[in-house]
Design a protein around this ligand. Structure first.
Ligand code: SF4
Length: 492
């Protein structure tokens, strides 16, 4: 995994949906569909997400694509850089650095005070419950610190932000003007291109001077005790949740979705050609007058996805489930995405068709260097297609690791139960299925402490009080449990 490039860094992602209207004097209730999810997705990998129906897998996929506005946390996308994209939020932070830093320092102080109080508390239930608040406060402070240091790095340690801010604002102004011109260039007429290119070049020529000013400032502060630490937080990724609608529309081309239901996800009034061409038009991939090239491109995409060229004028109702799913895949891949969320993409298909579609997805991934988030409740499918697996329960990531590691050494009691339920024809090595007692609790009012404690056979008192945090127990293998399986030293 180490040699792979990071594509997404997700930290403490929360997606809550309000339930009913807020009444005076009554607390607003929420469905906590995603409750503090953290993980990295690497370029070129297939990340499998498993869990029971209703555990928040699809919500996670859709929040990642920003189809839902997330409630909290960070989703950093590395498919493009902030320098290239110059998002508006970058300008807002830089124009307000002094205030931003003050607010961040307040959050950090609050978290540090809470941690100190926690350390001084006597062991027991109260201390365990208080730890949950400490962790939440620390995450909030950390996220704020990351927002700022991602842009200014080590210069966060400067006492006087009014000296730092103008230089970064100057850089941002150049970057945002350059981005605007690049956008114009993409759709410009041939005769206007030379002038636009000259303007972009003129802006690029201004950049080295600003970079020199930033380097000089860093030279001044480099001996500060915290400089190196803050400098290591410099980040070129884009914070998706901070993008405005227009900016997100531009990125939608990079991140696509294949839906579960191949029936309702296709417009019955559109032909296959129109369905695939819709995204191409929306993202202006072909200019006016290039209709012929676009038609050829659609036919090529159809062929890549195993659809015959004469299907182009047919309507969705004229196809089988497997063929419809191929249309859905062609529609997503036509815009040349970097990342695709496959949301139960084969669940609605017959087993024989499932394998055809999975093999198609694997071939297309290879040819186009795609990255998949493969969401499924079917562990055998996920095992076949995924490089790494995340196990979710009630909106929380319980275990995460490579496919081999998760299947060979399940360390979370929930993963153990899920794996034991996979049907097998191997009579000799057949394990007894672990039956999970009771229903999955309500995400409106999830159990305190470990969310799995109401159904876990290893539950002890601490499990009902303190939320277990996701910890790395082996390189790349993370588990959120107070009593990790096979780790006897922790079972006391
Ligand atoms: S923390 Fe406790 S209740 Fe939760 S999975 Fe681990 S052992 Fe079970």
């Amino acid at each position: 995994m180490e040699d792979k490039k990071l594509l997404f860094r997700i930290r403490d992602l929360k997606q809550y949906f309000p339930v009913g209207k807020k009444h005076l004097g009554k607390e607003q209730k929420f469905v906590r569909a995603n409750d503090g999810i953290s993980l990295d997705i690497m370029e070129g990998e297939t990340f499998g997400l498993v869990g029971e129906s209703g555990c928040g897998k699809s919500t996670f996929g859709r929040t990642l694509l920003q189809l839902y506005k997330q409630t909290g946390g960070r989703i950093i996308y590395y498919g493009r850089s902030v320098e290239e994209f110059a998002p508006e939020y970058m300008g807002k932070i830089l124009s307000n650095l002094d205030h931003q830093k003050k607010h961040c320092e307040e959050l950090r102080k609050k978290a540090a005070d809470m941690r100190e109080k926690y350390e001084g508390m006597a062991d027991g239930a109260e201390k365990n419950i208080y730890l949950n608040h400490v962790v939440e406060a620390e995450k909030e402070a950390y996220n704020k610190l990351m927002d700022i240091t991602a842009l200014i790095g080590g210069l966060y340690c400067a006492e006087d932000m009014t000296k730092i801010a103008p230089v970064f604002q100057e850089e941002y102004k150049i970057l945002s003007e350059k981005r605007a011109l690049n956008n114009k260039l993409a759709t410009a007429k041939e005769e206007d291109k030379a002038a636009l290119e000259a303007s972009i070049k003129a802006l690029e020529d201004k950049l080295p001077d600003v970079k020199k000013k930033i380097a000089a400032l860093k030279e001044e502060y480099k001996n500060h005790a915290d400089f190196a630490e803050y400098e290591s937080y410099l980040d070129t990724g884009i914070n998706l949740s901070e993008l405005n609608g227009k900016e997100m529309d531009k990125l939608r081309k990079d991140i696509q979705l294949i839906f579960q239901d191949p029936y309702s996800s296709l417009n019955p009034r559109m032909t296959v050609g129109q369905i695939i061409g819709e995204g191409l038009k929306a993202h202006k991939m072909f200019k006016k007058g290039e209709e012929e090239q676009m038609q050829e491109y659609i036919l090529k995409t159809m062929e890549d996805c195993g659809l015959a060229p004469y299907f182009i004028h047919r309507y969705p109702h004229q196809f089988s489930g497997g063929q419809r799913q191929r249309i859905g895949i062609a529609r997503s891949l036509a815009v040349k995405p970097k990342f695709v969320v496959c949301d139960e993409a084969v669940s609605a298909l017959d087993v024989s068709i499932q394998s055809q579609i999975i093999n198609l997805l694997l071939d297309l991934k290879e040819e186009n260097n795609l990255t998949y988030l493969f969401i499924s409740h079917d562990l055998s499918v996920v095992k076949y297609i995924s490089d790494r697996i995340g196990v979710m329960y009630l909106g929380t990531m319980m275990e995460l690791g490579t496919t081999e590691e998760i299947f060979a050494h399940p360390t979370h009691p929930y993963t153990e139960a899920l794996l034991s339920a996979i049907p097998t024809t191997d009579v000799e090595h057949k394990k007894e299925a672990i039956i999970l007692e009771g229903d999955i609790p309500s995400p409106i009012n999830p159990p305190k402490g470990c969310k799995f404690h109401t159904r876990c056979r290893y539950c002890t008192e601490i499990c009902t009080q303190a939320v277990p945090q996701l910890e790395e127990i082996e390189p790349g293998h993370f588990v959120a449990c107070h009593h990790k399986l096979g780790r006897k030293e922790e079972k006391n």
